[in-house]
Design a protein around this ligand. Sequence first.
Ligand code: SDX
Length: 431
Amino acid sequence: MADSTKTAKLTIDGKDYELPIHSPTAGPDVLDIRKLYAQAGVFTYDPGYTSTASCDSTITFIDGDEGVLLHRGYPIDQLAAKSHYLEVCYLLLYGELPSPSELEDFEHRVTNHTMLHEQMMNFFRGFRRDAHPMAVMVGVVGAMSAFYHDSTDINDPWQREVASIRLIAKMPTIAAMAYKYTIGQPFEYPRNDLDYASNFLRMCFAVPAEDYVVNPILSRAMDRIFTLHADHEQNASTSTVRLASSSGANPFACIAAGIACLWGPAHGGANQACLEMLKEIGTPDRIPEFIARAKDKNDPFRLMGFGHRVYKNFDPRATVMKESADEVLELLGVENNPTLQVAKELEKQALEDPYFADKKLFPNVDFYSGIILEAMGFPTSMFTPIFALSRTVGWVSQWKEMIGDPQNKIGRPRQLYLGETARDYVDIEKR
Ligand code: SDX
């Protein structure tokens, strides 16, 4: 915690209170209210945590007004252009870019943990074939705590390290198996001679009946999508992982909780909802109808892939994703993809509309990602599992940071109670 030199004065019922203010290395100052209830007997009130810092962290910084996203200080556009996902994983986990030998060792450790315990296959077979892959991932990742007992003691740094590597390594295998199961095809085992993204593509699209050669264009695009989704400060699913971890629950159970939260359409489920929306719009001439619905206070419809709690300018990930969509679809010879055309026209019309401009609503990371994933051959139901796969390193990095913090304590918010005050029970005969 940064030392506080500044204070804020608060006056309640004529009594003055001084609260320390902490200054960050970047971003807004924070008002330290930890002693407020003990001193003044009042709570703060912030549903949705729009003005609340839940922790201090050194992992990811976002400036929503400037459209800045830094991972350990490195801008996301530079990482997407020059790095690759496992190197970004190392950076998020350990705080610095790896040396060549450090990277080689890390990639070797991840590669050699990609297989899943053979008995876990039974979990997949317990689901209906039409189960959503996210339901399968929540179940299977939670079940990992029943198989990997030697990496569930969060107080043992070595077990924390092993659990971190296992989760990052096995998530692509689990996601691919969840996909294969829903389409009735046999599981494909990971291969140690393939890089992380190529391995995932092969496990998803290879079949025993023929050889499968990974398309390097798709593998590079897949790796970039993983990088763009790796971490994002204290978003809803990361906050879920932190809150679950604060009780001392094992890492697999906490990551399963993060997957469950990410599934929601307001969060990681938006990429699936966005592509389904673009397909429902179908042609550019129907865009005004949907923009009108998004602006109608009486219509719950929102433009999926638009808006963000933090970004009140462009989402830097969406910028990279849009460039990648153009590149991948052109290389695949589908640059005239009608869904991409609708997306670009929708973005143009929305950004020219005062409603979106005034409310600072811009395309977010989910607006273009689905178009690329669909062009790569994924069904919409696999979009959020791919987001969960990518975000695992962010959840794990934030979990390690929290567990390793001596200030760590169980998270337990209070409330503004508006219910009944104390009253006596009324016997049923008298009601
Ligand atoms: C992710 O937090 C993260 O970092 C998340 C994420 C990550 O990497 O972890 O970036 C990933 O979740 C991206 C967001 C994906 N979700 C969507 O694309 C779903 C559509 N977007 C919205 O549901 C919404 O924008 C949120 C949930 C993303 C943000 O909601 P907020 O911050 O609570 O904002 P709000 O709901 O208070 O909206 C402010 C105003 C409202 O109008 P008023 O009540 O002020 O009149 O803007 C309107 C909203 O109605 N609005 C929209 C809109 N989003 C907000 N109107 C139409 N379409 C939209 N998409």
